[in-house]
Each structure stands twice: as C-alpha cells, then as structure tokens.
Design a protein around this ligand. Structure first.
Ligand code: IDC
Length: 456
C-alpha cells in the first residue's frame, strides 16, 4: 500500500540519519527491525469492477482481508499471541485474525469475562504490532442476540471507546443469530439489535467496520436488502461450510450482491457445518473463487488443535506458533494455500503485473494476477482506450494452455489454446482515455501475451 510504503521509507530515512547516535538494539544481530506496522483505516464503498460495495482503504483502493478465526476464546486462548499471529501473517499470508468471544457455553457471560477481556486485549495489541486487522466477534451461537442485548451494549461500548483510534479493529456484533427474522418491526429482530449496537459503537466515537450477522446461522444475507441499516461502514455476514452448503447458499450470496449488499464471510469451514467431518475441498475452492472475484473478505474456522476437522492444527501438535506443514491439518493446509496465493504478495506490494500493448488499434490490454491458489488463478484485464476516439466494441485474444473456469464482464470463445474475449453487451463502449476491465479465473495457468482490437 502506497501510504504504508511512504511511512516505511520515512522511517528508514530517520533511522539512517540517527543511526550514528543510536545503539542498534537487536537489529545488528538479527538484521530485522522490530517496528510497529501501521494499517490504514477501512471503509465500505463502491469500487470499479465490483457490483456490490466492498472494503476500501484511505485511497479508495480495494482491500481483501484473509484471516483465521480463533476457536472459542474460553477454550483456546493460547493461540492469541504475537508469535501465533506472526506465523499466520508470515507463513500463511494472512492479514486478519478473528477473536471468537463466545457469549454462552462457559464464555463471556458464563464466568470467563475477565479472562476473555485479557485475551481480547492481547489479541488486539498483537495484531496492531504486526499490522494485521482484528475482528472482535461477540459469538452469539444458537440464540436470538436480543436475549443478551444489554450485555452486548456494555461490551461494545467498552471496546469501541478503547479502540476508537486503533484502525486495526473491526467489530462483529453477533456471530450467528437464530430464532428471529432479519426484520419484522417487533423490535426483537436482528435489524433492531444491530441498530442499537451501531448507536453504541458510533456513539463511542468509533468509525470501525461493523459486521452484522444474518438469520439462520448467518446465511440469509439475501434478506438484508429489504431493510438495510443506515450506516456507511457495515458489512453483512454470510457463513458457509463447504461440506454442507452448495448452490442454494451461493445463490443467496449472488442475490445479495446483485442487490448491492456488502458481504463479509467472517467464518467458513472446508468441512461440514458440525465442524467435524465431511471435508469438500473442491466445493471450498469453488466458494473461494466466488468470494475472490467479488472481493469478499473471509476468515476460516478455526485456529486450534481440537480433534475436529475444522481445526487448522493437528491434535497431537502442542506448538502455539511456528507450525510446519506437518503440524497442519487439511484445513490448515487449505488456508495456507489460499493465503500464500499472489493476493498475499499483492498486499506486500510485490504484485506481478504484465502489460502488452497493441499499437494498431491504440487499445492497450494489461493483465494482472490479482489472486492465485492451488489449482486456480484470478486475473484482471484492463483495456485502456488510447485511440483518441470512442471505441464501441472490443476483443482481446490470447493463448492459454489450460482452462478458464469463470469469466465476467465479457464473453469468451475458445478454440484449442486460443481464447477470444469480446465485450459484454454493457461494456463495449470506452471513451478516449478511459478503461474497462474484465475478469477471469483459470485452472492456475497464466495466459500468454494479450492483444486487444477494436470491433465496430
Ligand atoms: C463449533 C466448534 C466445536 C464446538 C461447537 C459449539 O467447532 O468445537 O463444540 O462450535 O460451541 C458455526 C459456529 C461455530 C462452530 C462451527 C462448527 O459459528 O461456533 O464451532 N460452526 O460447528 N457455525 C457453523 C458451523
């Protein structure tokens, strides 16, 4: 990110100028600097190329949060540490951690408040030191959140006040509400609950992103559009478990997006919804590609070694950080493969971008990989009109020694290894100096040099 880069450059300069006067504590030995990494404040807004509003940074560039969710903090607080989060950042390519503060089940309102408050603060401090985002999740599970509304108000008032100047913090006000609809006007629905929490959080001076659960264990994200909350920095959560949820739930997501509902997948598993059994990695990859192409941020359940298939760490491993691949379960390896795709490199400012220009048409096609994972690669192609006149139709050709599994904002014809993408009926016109984009997902292969042509 540009700003962070500048800040780092400025800090490096100061370090250089003062090096003669300062003892280089630790640095000389390790060659590493222990600096607090800053993050940008996030907001929700419209970005070019995406239908629904998404997460943006201070320069209005899209931000994708890729995270791990802890298991219940009352049971697995040992994974909330700077070492653990640093492993997630540096070895898994993640930039976010979700702290699951269970309300019941021996959690926050059942005797563990003091412990869990300490764990949450430790988690936020660690994330802030590492330049990661952190979600404070009021983990309502299997009940109507209005049941503990007063306690939730106290909780969010406290944390919103404490962290109003910490841009790393995101609030999730109810993990999975059940037993009440999104909105029925009764004052006992999810909408009313969320409105109250937003009043508390904004009232404490916090502009943080707020994630709002939806009915049926955060699946009915398609119902929000009937009565959205009046707050610019809200995203609505959808949770899926790949061994249980297939096309029906994906269609709910598609409906929500087409209605302009901003979505955050604050929890998903590659197994079934029980958290133990039924791993479907193909379906998980299919889900992830749907998220990536819509810039939907996500966290995977769970950062623990509990003997269940959702856990990232094998149950015989007691390390709380620095895990090798042998310490990871199938779920852990999956998340690592997603996180260390090129999106991670993009976040580190090392994204690879390949450009090719066609002089004849004066149309330039630039393709860049915006994400990749095992067996998948997402590319964004930008066509810029340098012809000096209005283009009313276009086509881009390239070779691909692989398969296209998805394509949007264009139509494709494939013959052998040759691919031709023509404009969709709504984006054929490009004014001089303007550009349009289309996107595609391949089976992991990189397309060859692209050339763009004007079509009349
Ligand atoms: C599960 C845990 C399991 C625990 C159970 C009840 O994996 O060890 O016994 O909760 O506390 C969710 C919930 C999440 C669940 C998870 C798997 O948000 O708390 O964790 N799941 O069942 N929604 C769908 C699945």
């Amino acid at each position: 990110m540009k700003k962070t880069g500048l800040k780092l450059a400025a800090m490096a300069l100061i370090l250089f100028l003062t090096a003669g006067m300062m003892p280089l504590t630790g640095e000389a030995k390790t060659g590493k600097k222990e600096e607090k990494t800053t993050v940008e404040a996030l907001h929700v807004g419209k970005a070019k190329g995406y239908g629904a509003p998404t997460i943006l940074d201070e320069d209005n560039k899209t931000v994708l949060l890729k995270g791990a969710s802890t298991h219940g903090l009352q049971w697995y607080p040992e994974y909330v540490s700077k070492d653990s989060f640093q492993t997630l950042r540096d070895s898994f390519g993640l930039n976010c951690v979700r702290l699951a503060a269970y309300v019941k089940e021996g959690g926050y309102l059942e005797g563990k408040q003091a412990d869990m408050d300490r764990t949450i603060r430790r988690g936020v401090d660690a994330a802030a030191d590492l330049g990661m985002y952190v979600i404070i999740d009021w983990h309502v599970l299997n009940f109507n959140p209005n049941e503990t509304k007063d306690e939730a108000k106290t909780f969010f008032a406290k944390y919103a006040k404490a962290y109003k100047d910490t841009p790393n913090v995101i609030f999730e006000i109810c993990n999975e509400p059940t037993g009440t609809p999104w909105y029925d006007g009764s004052g006992n629905d999810i909408y009313s609950y969320a409105k109250t929490m937003l009043k508390v959080i904004r009232g404490a001076g916090s502009n943080a992103l707020v994630l709002v659960g939806t009915n049926t264990w955060s699946q009915d994200v398609d119902e929000v559009a009937k009565k959205p909350l009046d707050d610019p920095n809200v995203l609505y959560t959808l949770h899926f478990y790949a061994g249980t949820h297939y096309e029906d739930l994906k269609n709910k997501l598609r409906t929500a997006l087409s209605n302009g509902t901003p979505v955050f997948v604050s929890e998903y598993g590659i197994c079934d919804a029980s958290g133990n059994g039924g791993i479907d990695e193909d379906n998980a990859r299919d889900w992830l590609s749907l998220l990536l192409k819509n810039n939907i941020s996500f966290c995977q359940w769970s950062l623990s070694n509990k003997a269940e298939s959702a856990s990232m760490i094998v149950s015989t491993c007691s390390k709380t950080y620095g895990w090798s691949d042998a310490d990871l379960t199938q779920s852990g390896k999956f998340l690592k493969s997603i996180g260390t795709g090129s999106a991670a490199k993009k976040a580190a400012g090392k994204e690879s971008s390949r450009k090719s220009k066609t002089a004849e048409a004066g149309l330039a096609a630039a393709a860049k990989t915006v994400n990749s994972w095992q067996g998948g690669r997402q590319l964004e192609v930008t066509l810029t009109n340098g012809t000096g006149h209005t283009v009313t139709g276009w086509e881009v050709t390239f070779s691909l020694d692989g398969k296209i599994t998805d394509l949007w904002n264009g139509t494709k014809t494939v013959s052998g290894k040759k691919v031709c993408v023509k404009n969709a009926d709504y984006n054929g016109t490009i004014e001089p100096g303007e550009s349009v984009t289309f996107g595609l997902i391949t089976d992991g292969k990189t397309p060859g040099k692209m050339s763009a042509k004007e079509k009349k």
